[in-house]
Ligand binder design. Structure first.
Ligand code: MG
Length: 124
């Protein structure tokens, strides 16, 4: 995997996810970050070679569900996997995200093992 985009309104959570990706030994050269869906779309426009998105659901400006919807207008599910990062109790929102084209999800708190399991299918 060359370029991963992490979208979360918590800078701390973005750092944790980045660290867990390393701990899980997910091979990725570049990790990009965005604080909400609007920033995520801007990153995608400036870095069209992003090959995986990990996105939070609850964010200001544009939440993860609307972000999935927006990304899927231009990027097919088969070409650009989107894995949602969710909290316990977020099942309804998660179902919406999956219906709109998210590929899968991982529930917080996660471990290197659970991240790896969620991403396994997309590791080249
Ligand atoms: Mg959040």
């Amino acid at each position: 995997m060359n370029k991963v985009l992490i979208v979360d309104d918590s800078a701390t959570m973005r750092k944790i996810i980045t660290r867990v990706l390393r701990q899980a030994e997910i091979p990725c050269n570049t990790v990009l970050e965005a604080g909400n869906g609007v920033e995520g779309l801007a990153k995608l426009a400036s870095d069209p070679d992003i090959d995986l998105i990990l996105s939070d659901i609850n964010m200001p400006e544009m939440n993860g569900v609307d972000f999935v919807k927006a990304v899927r207008t231009a990027h097919a599910k088969e070409k650009l996997p989107m894995i949602m990062v969710t909290t316990e109790g977020g099942e309804a929102m998660m179902k919406n995200a999956l219906d709109l084209g998210a590929n899968g999800y991982v529930t917080k708190p996660f471990t290197p093992e659970s991240i790896r399991a969620a991403l396994e299918a997309y590791l080249g």
